[in-house]
Design a protein around this ligand. Structure first.
Ligand SMILES: Nc1ncnc2c1ncn2[C@@H]1O[C@H](COP(=O)(O)OP(=O)(O)OP(=O)(O)O)[C@@H](O)[C@H]1O
Length: 241
């Protein structure tokens, strides 16, 4: 895909001698939810962390048509490239509001920007407005995930990298969180969603890659992947009839 917002080509990531990502190619269309599904240990988090600049990698990667390897973390933030990590990385002993404000740290002096961002996050997550004075560690799992996403939204991202937002959440909460992720897509945010919960991910995504031991083994429209017998048998808990 030539007009991809993010494109990864022949990406390799290793932990010492262990190659966790082995020659992955990915193209993420603007305004879409692209998901990477796969079992525990497939390499999904490693791939996302490498794309976010947290791990060294080899290969070619472009974001907005430019070489991602030349971008500093600050460049990425400025260009709206934002990671929501798997463990959510919140500051538990700080109130919800302060956690959110940290998401706009680089633009903290621009009061109008911070105010606008905060209003927009509260509009999308009214629960965070109600709980803004509460310590993050006292939030429920679903609320914590929403706070992690809300904090990312404070930087007004163009691309959100979401690492397992469903982790540790009850099925109804997973649906709620992912419904909001779809809402973000509808507002024009592009999303790279890494998920072990294949069913929930395929339900909201536009395009999907299936990862197995460091490689992409299948890809296609999410709707097609959801009815593909190979995906059903291995990742959706169904047998082939
Ligand atoms: N810091 C590390 N040092 C060494 N090996 C690692 C490290 N982090 C991950 N690995 C290994 O890399 C492989 C891929 O792990 P990764 O966490 O990327 O998988 P994943 O698909 O995200 O799994 P999960 O869904 O369980 O988070 C695994 O074999 C894992 O043991």
């Amino acid at each position: 895909m030539n007009d991809a917002l993010l494109s990864l080509e022949a990406i390799h990531v290793a932990y010492g001698k262990v190659e966790a990502v082995r020659g992955v190619n990915l193209a993420l269309g603007e305004g879409q939810i692209t998901t990477v599904i796969g079992a525990n240990g497939a390499g999904k988090t490693t791939l996302l962390s490498a794309a976010a600049g947290l791990l060294p990698w080899s290969g070619r990667a472009r974001y907005q048509g430019e070489d991602l390897s030349r971008m500093t973390v600050e460049d990425r933030v400025e260009r709206g490239f934002c990671l929501v990590p798997e463990q959510r990385a919140l500051f538990g002993d700080m109130p919800v509001l302060d956690n959110l404000l940290l998401g706009a740290f680089v633009r903290r002096r621009d009061k109008a920007y911070v105010k606008n961002s905060l209003e927009s996050v509260f509009e999308q997550f009214p629960r965070l407005a109600e709980r803004q004075a509460q310590l993050a560690q006292t939030l429920s799992g679903g609320e914590r995930q929403m706070l992690a996403i809300g904090r990312a939204l404070m930087s007004q991202p163009r691309l959100l990298l979401l690492d397992e937002p469903s982790l540790g959440l009850a099925p109804t909460i997973v649906r709620d969180v992912l419904k909001r992720v779809r809402g973000l897509r509808d507002q024009g945010v592009s999303i790279l969603l890494v998920e072990q919960n294949a069913r929930a991910a395929l339900d909201v995504a536009d395009y999907a890659y299936v990862m197995d031991t460091g490689e992409f083994v299948l890809e296609g429209k999410a709707a097609d992947m959801a009815s593909d017998p190979r995906v059903m048998a291995t990742y959706l808990g169904g047998g082939v009839e």
